[in-house]
Design a protein around this ligand. Structure first.
Ligand code: PMP
Length: 415
């Protein structure tokens, strides 16, 4: 199989084959990856998330300790003694599951406590929680935008936002480009009932930040609402870790703040923070909320404590930012292209898929866990190695990574 010809997106477009034929063909494609030792996906960890992880090597079956640069556990709260203790106590008190959907007996006092805490943290009137960040974007957007409405999306927004727009009209604007946003808003001005501009606060493949102050101003001037996905911003940016609205000085001015509970907050789930009327509307019209069992007691209690930790232990965020600054400075010194990186996510943009695969293979062999990213996750010709840092990485972890990257960057003619 010529792997340069295929991509996941091309497979999905095949129209003349049934699913079993497609799956078989895709299996061969995957096996070819495995043969070349380029298959780095679904690696199995026996320790869970942390600055280092023990991994079962795909190819040798050996257990290897690796520097983990593939986690969104930015503050390492998955293993914080306080979040663990809170989770264990809730597990004992409430049991392993919520037992029902939120409207019909599944709502616990700690769910409401978490929702109130998120609302306050995000400067909104109220909030509701979902069992995933994917579900909160999909479930909210599909509940509020229909045939007579329009979603105006930054072209790099997360897949969960795009998937939420299946039953509405969609317009894209160029990434973080305010002229392009204004052009689209002018075009749609008198055509739709609800106009909703949706952006990510921090972009998951580029690590750059949306200019939310300008977005809010322009959108509101054209009668559009604004929704921001705070998945990679919560706990990371803003003076108090409250995310993009705090970073851009527009707290309380963003109409809908969405996010995940699975990254800096260290557990699992998603949230929507907005006004009390829209929260109430979503309780009854968001199918992903209404028809899905409420989050587990353990995750819920750990998340309440995670928010306390974020407020009470700012030194964690400080350590993360010390790491970000150190790593950025050194990558730039070495001559790598890291695009417009501004946060804990570092794209090492290479643009040659084969070099990305080979470099990732060698990084893994050197005990450094990173992710290769290709089209359609990023534009064609902008394939990259994606690295994310956490507060718990030591200078030794970063220096070791920089050494290996320098060696490989020279070997593959990147720097
Ligand atoms: N939005 C963004 C920007 C994300 O990166 C992710 C996680 N990949 C999600 C939403 C979905 O969140 P979750 O993993 O909690 O479903």
């Amino acid at each position: 199989i010529d792997t340069t010809k295929f991509s996941l997106a091309d497979f999905m477009k095949s129209e003349d084959k049934n699913i079993m034929e497609l799956a078989k063909e895709f299996w061969e494609y995957k096996e070819d990856y495995v043969r070349r030792r380029h298959y780095q996906y679904r690696r199995v960890s026996i320790t869970g998330s942390g600055p280092t992880m023990k991994i079962i090597d795909h190819y040798t079956g050996e257990i290897r300790e690796m520097i983990n640069l593939a986690s969104n556990d930015y503050l390492n709260l998955t293993k914080h003694p306080r979040t663990i203790k809170a989770g264990i106590e809730a597990l004992k008190k409430y049991g392993t599951g919520a037992g029902s959907v939120p409207l019909l007996g599944g709502t616990l006092d700690i769910h409401v406590e978490l929702e109130k805490k998120i609302a306050k943290f995000k400067g909104c009137e109220d909030a509701l929680i979902y069992t995933s960040g994917y579900g909160s974007n999909l479930g909210t957007i599909s509940a509020i935008l229909h045939e007579k409405d329009v979603a105006i999306l930054d072209m790099y927004v997360h897949a969960s936002i795009i998937d939420g727009c299946r039953n509405t009209n969609v317009e894209f604007f160029r990434h973080n480009n305010m002229d392009s946003l204004e052009k689209v808003l002018k075009k749609v001005k008198d055509k739709y009932n609800t106009k909703l501009v949706i952006v990510d606060g921090v972009y998951s493949m580029d690590g750059d930040i949306a200019p939310l102050d300008q977005i809010v101003e322009i959108a509101h001037a054209y009668g559009a609402f604004v929704m921001v996905d705070e998945a990679h911003a919560t706990g990371v940016i803003g003076k108090n870790g409250r995310g993009t609205p705090e970073h851009c000085n527009v707290e309380g001015k963003v109409d809908i703040v969405a996010g995940t509970l699975s990254k800096a907050l260290g557990a699992v789930g998603g949230f929507i923070a907005t006004n009390k009327e829209l929260v109430n509307y979503l309780h009854f019209y968001s199918r992903a909320y209404m028809f899905s069992t409420a989050p587990t007691p353990q995750a819920t209690a750990s998340l309440i404590e995670a928010l306390n930790v974020i407020e009470e232990e700012p030194e964690l965020r400080q350590r993360l930012w010390d790491n970000i600054r150190y790593f950025r400075e050194n990558l730039l010194k070495l001559g790598f292209n890291i695009g417009n990186q501004q946060t804990a996510i570092f794209p090492i943009i290479i643009g040659d898929d084969y070099k990305v695969k080979e470099m990732c293979r060698e990084l893994h062999e050197a005990g450094i866990y990173v992710n290769p990213v290709f089209y359609p996750a990023v534009p064609r010709r902008l394939s990259r190695i994606r690295i994310s840092l956490t507060a718990g990485h030591t200078k030794e972890h970063l220096d070791r990574t920089l050494d290996v990257l320098q060696h490989l960057g020279k070997k593959y003619g990147i720097i």
